[in-house]
Design a protein around this ligand. Structure first.
Ligand code: AR6
Length: 184
């Protein structure tokens, strides 16, 4: 399922993000930037040690990455050129600023992509695995931020992909993109 807003293609696919051939894939990391399970583990395993070396350099400079922020590294052996690591919120019932923090993850990834003049990016479903964020609400936030980015129309990205691992998330993203399409 894909939609085009202002020349920006936004699509949802079911795939493994480590195989994406794009300018940057996004990692759902933790504040330590030292790796973990889920998509973070898969990215470091497939990308090799160069990614962790860059993460260590960032830790020396700024001591990790706060929730809602994002940093950029090499993608090592991955087909992508860069990895943008962002730290999603842990779901704690929804009244601990989780929606704002998740929104900021997407916003900061898009800002970094613009700063580096990237034209394509693939997002995983940040926070919806180990961090327990409800999938429908997370999909709504992700699509609304990206839709706004495309509507604003002055970014460098031409292709934005939501790479869903599970069928539940794919169905939710397709639903959100249908809604976005009908509001264009
Ligand atoms: N490609 C695309 N999506 C994937 C892949 C993959 N290869 N593997 C998993 N997912 P999670 P979080 C999906 O748990 O909830 C780590 O330990 C998965 O199905 O990876 O943000 C970090 O170090 C889910 O929909 O990230 C943190 O400590 C989505 O990716 C913590 O987990 C996110 O699930 C972050 O938790």
């Amino acid at each position: 399922m894909k939609i085009v807003i202002n020349g920006v293609t936004i699509e949802a696919v079911q795939a493994d993000i480590t195989r994406e051939q794009v300018d940057a894939i996004v990692n759902a990391a933790n504040s330590s930037l030292l790796g973990g399970g889920g998509v973070d583990g898969a990215i470091h395993r497939a990308g090799g040690p160069a990614i962790l070396e860059d993460c260590y350099r960032i830790r020396e400079r700024q001591g990790g990455c706060p929730t809602g922020e994002a940093v950029i590294t090499t993608a090592g052996n991955l087909p992508a050129r860069h990895v943008i690591h962002t730290v999603g919120p842990v779901w704690n019932g929804g009244d601990q600023l989780e929606p704002d923090l998740l929104r900021h993850c997407y916003i900061h990834c898009l800002q970094l992509a613009d700063e580096h003049k990237l034209t394509s990016i693939s997002f995983p479903n940040i926070s919806t695995g180990i961090y327990g964020y409800p999938k429908p609400e997370a999909a709504e936030i992700a699509v609304s931020v990206v839709q706004q980015y495309a509507e604003t129309g002055n970014g460098s990205l031409e292709q934005i992909r939501f790479v869903c691992f599970d069928g539940d998330n794919l169905a939710l993203y397709e639903q959100q993109l249908e809604q976005a399409k009908s509001s264009i």
